[in-house]
Design a protein around this ligand. Structure first.
Ligand SMILES: C[S@@+](CC[C@H](N)C(=O)[O-])C[C@H]1O[C@@H](n2cnc3c(N)ncnc32)[C@H](O)[C@@H]1O
Length: 261
């Protein structure tokens, strides 16, 4: 995943059976949260470093490495003990929309490597229940499933761990791209759609839903459904989201209660 600083992960075999990973040692950020790098951050003033093309290294991976090395958010994430630069996106969204409160029960769809889980726990969430196809190192206060969210059993597996209606459903789900535009678009739309419907089936009244979307926002039908079921629906592009990236976030606030469309 291009957003992720290279940190060691627990190596667990990938299979389709859900694996539950819970509890564990505290793994919070090392320093104060409110230090998302600004445009003027000293890291941005460092000289842009180029990566030599070693024999055998593909140009794509050379560019990825160069971008990682020169990205102030990657550096800051490493300094703060965040597992991903994506952590800053949730911090920014939370600063703007006041999403997570002390005691919140949070669902995190597509949670690996765990940056958003760290941020949510740092904001005082009671618990985070997360899911990802990739294994995630344990984070205290979270219960994380290693499972494909698109599996038919996934919603029930998450609900079984929740115990009560969640206050917030977050989705940073991003499918691996195939390079075939139409296929990638359909895969993304399916993930966003599934996340939104899961949120509307589980959220408590007044709860919030946040999802990553691409290419200018959610599909019109989904947007209409969300507008009907939430008091406010907004799009937001955090500063920490790469300018060249087509990703933006859709933030739906104040769930009214589920209505079938
Ligand atoms: C951008 S990353 C999430 C980063 C995370 N928010 C963080 O802060 O660490 C997107 C994640 O979605 C996961 N993902 C994509 N499709 C999935 C699926 N169908 N089921 C579960 N996880 C999925 C990927 O494995 C990846 O870890």
């Amino acid at each position: 995943m291009s957003d992720t600083p290279k940190t060691p992960r627990a190596s667990q075999p990938q299979n389709r059976k859900p694996r539950r990973m819970s509890g564990g040692k505290p793994d919070g950020p090392k320093r104060d949260r409110k230090t998302a790098p600004k445009a003027e951050d000293s890291a941005t003033r460092l000289m842009h470093r180029k990566v030599k093309t070693a024999r055998g290294r593909k140009i794509g991976s050379k560019l990825w490495l160069e971008r990682q090395i020169n990205d102030p958010y990657v550096k800051k994430a490493q300094e703060m003990g965040y597992r991903s630069r994506a952590a800053f996106k949730l911090e920014e969204l939370n600063d703007k929309f006041r999403l997570i409160r002390p005691g919140s029960l949070v669902v995190d769809l597509g949670c690996a490597p765990g940056g958003w889980v760290q941020v949510a726990m740092g904001l005082g969430a009671e618990r985070v229940v997360g899911i990802d196809v990739l294994p995630v190192e344990l984070i205290a206060g979270s219960e994380l499933l290693k499972m494909d969210f698109m599996d038919d059993e996934a919603p029930a597996a998450i609900k079984a761990l929740l115990g009560r209606a969640p206050d917030i459903v977050l989705s940073d789900l991003a499918a691996n791209t195939t390079g075939h535009r139409q296929t990638d678009h359909l895969k993304t739309v399916a993930l966003v759609d599934a996340a939104a419907h899961f949120a509307m089936e589980t959220l408590k009244p007044g709860g919030h839903f946040v999802t990553k979307v691409f290419q200018g926002g959610a599909e019109k039908t989904l947007l209409d459904t969300l507008k009907e079921n939430f008091k406010t629906v907004r799009h937001a592009k955090p500063k920490s989201s790469r300018k060249g990236s087509p990703e933006i976030y859709l933030v739906a606030l104040g769930f009214k209660g589920y209505h079938t469309h």
